[in-house]
Design a protein around this ligand. Structure first.
Ligand code: ZN
Length: 136
C-alpha cells in the first residue's frame, strides 16, 4: 500500500478557540473551516500547510473518543491520516497482513472524506487513519 500523501494530522485540544488563535496568530496559518462531526462527538477546525492539513479536534462530549483521549493522555497529537486510493481494497490488504482495524468498512468523516482507522496496537502506538476523497 502506498499512500499518496499525508492528508492531515489530528490534534486533540481542550479549547478550540484558543488553539485556533495559536495557529493563526503565532504560526500565521488561516483556519478555513470549522465543522462539527456529530458521530464522533467533536468539533474540528482545519488549516492547510501545503497539501497537508492540520485538524484540531475539540470534544463536544466527555464520553466521545477525543474526550476520553484527553482524559487519559491530555492534549496533543491524536492521529495521522494518510490519503489512499481505493480505500476498501487498502483496508482489506492491511487486515490480511494482520493489522487490527477499528473500522472494518470506511465511514464518512469531516470534509466528506471516506475514512477508516487502524488500531494503534497494530501501528506502533500511532492511531492511523486512511482516507479517500470520493468524487460525488
Ligand atoms: Zn482525521
Amino acid at each position: 500500500m502506498i499512500p499518496t500523501h499525508i492528508e492531515h494530522i489530528g490534534i486533540a485540544v481542550k479549547d478550540l478557540e484558543a488553539s485556533i488563535k495559536y495557529y493563526e496568530e503565532i504560526l500565521g496559518m488561516k483556519c478555513y473551516a470549522i465543522e462539527e462531526v456529530k458521530d464522533q462527538k467533536v468539533k474540528t477546525a482545519f488549516f492547510k500547510v501545503g497539501q497537508t492539513k492540520i485538524e484540531l479536534l475539540e470534544s463536544t462530549d466527555p464520553s466521545g473518543p477525543i474526550g476520553k483521549f484527553i482524559e487519559k493522555k491530555g492534549e496533543g497529537m491524536h492521529h495521522i491520516a494518510f490519503a489512499v486510493n481505493e480505500i476498501e481494497d487498502k483496508l482489506q490488504t492491511v487486515k490480511e497482513k494482520g493489522v487490527r482495524l477499528i473500522d472494518e468498512t470506511p465511514r464518512k468523516g469531516a470534509e466528506g472524506l471516506q475514512i477508516a482507522f487502524l488500531h494503534p496496537k497494530s501501528t506502533n502506538g500511532v492511531l492511523t487513519e486512511l482516507c479517500e476523497k470520493k468524487e460525488e
